[in-house]
Design a protein around this ligand. Structure first.
Ligand code: BG6
Length: 462
């Protein structure tokens, strides 16, 4: 994602001419070797029409490579030599959590943490509150918060940012956007992929920490937050963190009723047989590949409104969406005609779309009474914005990093509030011995996930 995103920015003339990209990892490689690796990444990700020889050559000329063993401070001098003047430096760390500390110490010792240096961090930023604090402390020792850019790539997605436009750029929704107008909210991120060869990382994490702790809680925060005073980093993040701190803890006493853990067994995706998680892994495991939660935001706006969250691997389709289920009209004048309450469907993937279901009259003479039908008003961004090119989420985030704009990056207090809530759930699972229930790959998780909402008279929007 990173090299194709930087290429996309370069191709559109958005990178300064003098910008150089210095890659570093442990493998011994020279600049030519790294450029070949980059060329392969571009071929895999960028349409051939956009990859003109001139653009590729210009991009390749920006690239160089320095091999470093990040666990040892000494190697960073070579990186500093390659960087030269560190006055305008954006550093992007995508490493195992255990390497954050040594890498930051190495960068600082080589003079790469001065006032002109920004640090971006890719998850996992720890595996619980304690380990996340250690990383945040190591970061803070060298880079102040206003130069620290914690990435959650969901914040780079257009529809996620569109949530803010929808809520705060229109007068229509905000008066209803509370417990009086909204019955419940659903947030789903479904994936068809399995382990994808990431067993070392994923089996240590599971769906709760891989997806809910970061992406889903950020989506929830954007849905639930109060209107920020301004669209600036402090105002937006202040409002998000208030929501995250208002999440009602799901703990030992409530975890069995408010959460479901699942792990995929063998099954089929798109008609093709796929193996069980444990078979892919080569051993049994108690890691969840699916999680569903019933959450509450304990504040005035959201009193009593459930937020149902679910995410999983090896589900029937790739789909991410947020459903805002409004309350039904107070009274029906149409006799026994069923009035379906309005629903706002915000689709992030695979297609970007915002749809609002409304009741409309079915055309006809209505001799047997008025007939109404539930129809959808759609803003499919493929149609409404057909003239605008879609970008990879990282393009936006990398450009913001280069330009020093922090609104779409996660602040330390947000990450720590997210971990606090997640740690309580995990402690609840441990205390009650809740292990994942098996679901056949290609299904929407264990049947308990359906029961979680059906108990409240709510169905998941599939
Ligand atoms: C990552 C998770 O953060 O997000 C992966 O580690 C997951 O497990 C991915 O597959 C999903 O991202 P997207 O953009 O494809 O929805």
């Amino acid at each position: 994602m990173l090299l194709p995103s930087l290429f996309g920015l370069d191709a559109d003339g958005l990178l300064p001419d003098c910008l150089r990209i210095i890659a570093t990892a442990r493998s011994e490689m020279d600049d030519t070797g790294f450029r070949a690796l980059a060329a392969a990444a571009l071929e895999a990700a960028i349409e051939v029409e956009r990859r003109t020889p001139a653009l590729v050559a210009r991009f390749m000329a920006r690239l160089s490579y320095v091999a470093i063993d990040a666990s040892k401070t000494e190697g960073f001098a070579a990186l500093a030599a390659a960087v030269g003047d560190p006055g305008h430096l954006a550093i992007f760390l995508s490493t195992a959590p255990s390497l954050f500390g040594p890498t930051i110490a190495g960068l600082a010792s080589a003079g790469l943490a001065g006032p002109g240096a920004r640090l971006a961090l890719e998850k996992p930023l720890g595996s619980d509150l304690a380990s996340s604090r250690l990383i945040n402390d190591a970061v803070a020792a060298a880079y102040p918060e206003d130069r620290t850019f914690r990435i959650d790539h969901y914040l780079g997605k257009e529809t996620v940012q569109n949530l803010l436009a929808l809520r705060f750029g229109n007068s229509l929704f905000e008066p209803l956007w509370n417990a009086n107008g909204i019955d419940h909210v659903q947030i789903s991120i479904a994936e068809t992929v399995g382990l994808e060869g990431r067993s070392d990382y994923y089996d240590g994490m599971g769906a709760l920490r891989d997806m809910v702790q970061n992406h889903m809680l950020q989506l929830l925060a954007l849905v639930a937050m109060e209107p920020p005073a301004r669209f600036d980093p402090t105002s937006v993040r202040d409002e998000k963190v208030k929501v995250l701190r208002s999440l009602r803890p799901i703990d030992r006493s409530t975890v069995e009723d408010h959460s479901v853990r699942g792990q995929y067994g063998a099954g089929a995706i798109a008609g093709q047989p796929v193996r069980a998680y444990a078979d892919e892994l080569g051993r049994t495991s108690s890691t969840e590949t699916f999680v569903a939660l019933k959450a509450h935001v304990d504040n005035w706006r959201w009193k009593g409104v459930p937020f149902y969250l679910r995410t999983g691997k090896r589900l029937p389709e790739r789909m991410s969406e947020i459903i805002i289920q409004f309350r039904p009209p107070a009274h029906s004048i149409f006799g026994d005609v069923e009035l379906k309450p309005n629903k706002l469907i915000i689709s992030l993937q695979p297609d970007e779309n915002i749809g609002l279901t409304i009741m409309a009259k079915t055309p006809g003479l209505d001799r047997d009474g008025l007939k109404l039908r539930n129809v959808s008003l759609d803003i499919g961004s493929n149609d409404a914005f057909a003239d605008v090119r879609r970008r990879i989420a990282y393009e936006r985030l990398l450009l913001d990093l280069i330009e020093g704009k922090q609104t779409l990056f996660v602040r330390r207090d947000e990450v720590e509030a997210q971990w606090t809530w997640i740690d309580a759930i995990r402690a609840g699972w441990a205390a009650t011995g809740m292990t994942p229930k098996t679901y056949a790959a290609g299904n929407w998780g264990p049947s308990a996930a359906i029961a979680l909402t059906e108990r409240d008279g709510v169905s998941w929007h599939d």
